[in-house]
Design a protein around this ligand. Structure first.
Ligand SMILES: Cc1cc2nc3c(=O)[nH]c(=O)nc-3n(C[C@H](O)[C@H](O)[C@H](O)COP(=O)(O)OP(=O)(O)OC[C@H]3O[C@@H](n4cnc5c(N)ncnc54)[C@H](O)[C@@H]3O)c2cc1C
Length: 396
């Protein structure tokens, strides 16, 4: 008598850029009737939709509607033949091949192979009393982002930020002079500050946005690019405070030497590992990132893969960015199939130069490609074209 072995279970946790690419690939294979993967595939995500971060500043500035920047994960799963589970991952027990989630109830899921693409949290340790990662996590073990003050808004999770931004706009409509501060020195903070200034000035010319960025504005970019950004910040009349923020309370934002009157603060202060990384036996590096090798495979558990902001490569520095989640994700998807089929896996080697397009609020953008810098309205249209294409391929 023939005995059928049960199919293996591939569990995808999180609906980041990499898993979106994986779902697209699976549905394309289904359309062609090509059987690419012999496994039962499940995807766990907190939300049935995910917000595309590349277009978030454009939404804030009023160029896009919310549906323009959202990707429907549940529909992608249906098309890909993947079971969608709306839950939040809270624990990974790699020794027993189990994850724990919360949603309506706490649930355990078994897996044979696990792929993690849950992104990261905003690093809120600029606030007092949160010095080390462990201290921070033990104070914030309920999956929140450390922003207890309702007028301190973390950029991540993006779904929460969307609601908070709408609250800011409402408050600005009722105010004679609304003062908003964005804390951060990376490309996301710069895009947010210009989008916010455009949106608030459209409500009232007296409203003002301040960028609090410390001493190292855009440290990963070349000096020509930085100069172009500063020119754009001046063009928008944005106040720049090159000091570190240290606290916000009673309407005052404290920086190294200043105390600023501010109605609300948006923190785009870099990333820290997701809350669940404090509850796992996987090897974790630095501030809560899953340690992976060049195959995007956990260094402690070979049947666990991680990609995007949730992971950190132990063999070389790879920045946390959407670009690496997409490209690393394509390699990771190959490796998941190879691992399930006992085939040889490949290595993700990031390109030495990546195109970065930074939107400046009012349909103007600056681009960088290695040492080459570009700017203009046409750069914004190029960015719009690339971003819309990313959304469109995931809708059809
Ligand atoms: C305003 C802004 C603009 C940016 N622009 C760019 C850009 O132009 N180019 C670029 O390369 N990078 C950009 N970035 C950075 C980029 O957004 C991130 O690096 C990228 O989103 C990381 O992708 P990811 O696939 O790791 O995860 P994410 O895109 O963060 O997705 C993670 C997913 O997992 C889900 N999730 C999280 N936790 C759990 C959990 N516990 N259980 C279940 N599901 C969970 C989330 O809901 C989400 O759907 C920008 C960031 C911001 C904030």
């Amino acid at each position: 008598m023939t005995k059928f072995l049960p199919k293996k279970i591939l569990l995808l946790a999180g609906a980041g850029h990499a898993h979106i690419g994986m779902l697209r690939r699976l549905s394309a294979a289904r359309l062609k009737d090509a059987d690419t993967i012999e496994a039962d595939i499940h995807l766990i995500s907190e939300q049935p939709q995910t917000i595309y971060s590349g277009m978030l500043p454009g939404w804030m500035a009023g160029h896009y509607q919310l549906h323009d920047i959202s990707i429907d994960i549940k529909s992608l799963c249906v098309r890909a033949g993947v079971r969608f589970i709306q839950q939040s991952l809270v624990k990974v027990n790699a020794a027993s091949n189990k994850v724990v989630t919360t949603g309506d109830a706490q649930t355990d899921f078994d897996y044979d192979v696990l792929s993690l693409n849950t992104g990261a949290d905003t690093d809120m340790r600029w606030q007092p009393d949160h010095n080390s990662y462990n201290e921070y996590r033990s104070d914030n073990d309920d999956n929140n982002t450390g922003a207890a003050n309702t007028n301190v808004i973390a950029i991540r999770p993006l779904s929460t930020f969307i609601t908070q931004w709408q609250r800011i706009l409402k408050a600005a409509q009722q105010s004679e002079k609304y003062q908003l501060a964005i804390i951060g020195a990376g490309a996301a903070a710069i895009e947010l500050v210009m989008a916010a200034q455009v949106a608030l000035r459209n409500i009232n010319r007296n409203h003002q946005v301040t960028l609090v960025c410390g001493e190292n504005l855009l440290s990963g970019f070349n000096s020509g690019f930085r100069q172009r950004v500063v020119q754009q910040l001046h063009r928008h009349d944005i106040t720049i405070v090159r000091e570190r923020a240290s606290d916000y309370r009673d309407g005052k934002l404290s920086t190294t030497h200043k105390s600023l009157s501010i109605n609300a603060v948006i923190a785009a202060t870099g990333v820290i590992g997701s809350a669940w990384t404090a509850s796992t036996d996987l090897d974790i590096e630095g501030d809560g990132f899953v340690a992976v090798n060049d195959k995007q495979q956990s260094v402690s558990h070979s049947n666990v893969f991680a990609v995007g902001d949730v992971a950190t490569r132990i063999d070389k520095y790879v920045a946390h960015s959407g670009v690496h989640s997409v490209h690393g994700g394509a390699v990771e998807a190959d490796n998941l199939l190879a691992y399930l089929g006992d085939n040889v896996m490949r290595s993700y080697q990031p390109k030495s130069r990546t195109l970065y397009l930074l939107s400046c609020g009012d349909k103007y953008a600056i681009g960088s490609w290695g040492n080459v810098n570009l700017q203009g309205r046409w750069v914004w249209h190029l960015k719009k074209y690339i971003d819309k294409r990313f959304i469109e391929v995931n809708k059809n």
